[in-house]
Design a protein around this ligand. Sequence first.
Ligand code: SF4
Length: 331
Amino acid sequence: MESFAYVRAGSLAEAAEAFAAHPGARYLGGGTNLVDLMKLGVERPTALVDVTRLPLDRVTELPDGSLRIGALVRNSDLAAHPRVRAGWPALSQALLAGASGQLRNAATTGGNLLQRTRCPYFQDVSKPCNKRRPGSGCGALDGVHRDHAVLGHSEQCIATHPSDMAVALAALDAEVELYGTAGVRRVAAADFHRLPGAHPERDTVIDPGELVTAVVLPAASAGVPSAYRKARDRASYAFALASVAAVLEVADGVVARVGLAFGALAHRPWRARAAEEALRGGAPTRAAFEGAVDLELAAARPLRDNAYKLPLARNLAVDVLSRLVPAEEDA
Ligand code: SF4
């Protein structure tokens, strides 16, 4: 065990100050991923800045009808929240599809967004991994990569992002609120995670020292039919092989609003912009869904062992979208 400093922050300013005072520090929330990675020697922080006493554990309805979720709200509490279940059901479903009951009781909203890939080479310090040690190579490229990316990957890294929750947030047009020395800013959830490019060591667009303080669900997607579905190797406590979050509003027989995001296909939740564009304004038929998803997945570059993800993701997306069509509109 390596020694590290421990600081319990009493305010946001104190947290930022402690982080800046310890180069190599990490913020500590639920610890369900960070502490595991420390035990494996993957994360070796010089200091843990404990933010669990900050007042970020509330879900607040804002005057404009949006919902502000504090970064310390536990995954279980968020999944069960009546406003979330009624207004943004895809988020509740995605949370319940992740991890186990015990982990969801401990894991926080902010920590869920910031969890690291479960690529086995990343978690094994004896293996090359550009994400863990830039420049060391990618063990998965010619190794075991059945669970890895089919979209947006690079020669440097083919990892996928493991969060279910983040996929729903991307489809729902949620925003992530960040606090840093320059103040507070908001980033679209769909743009919060990065593609690997030449710098797979960076998972997100977060700046050093910035802290996730909240996630905001927009009023515009409240009450719009939405759903999340996940395919995995076993019925529970497993990461996705492919997953889909969809938001679909049909008015006067045409698609008035659509949000579609894939999980487990890329280094970030994959917002299916091309498919959405193809669907908007058209009839919500199965053939239209198939065509739109095919258009999106045409950009895929499957690896030696993971081409199976493409028909899996296609079928999931077509099924989820079809089930969101109101019965009276069913073709
Ligand atoms: Fe590391 Fe990414 Fe390669 Fe996995 S896929 S070994 S995380 S560089």
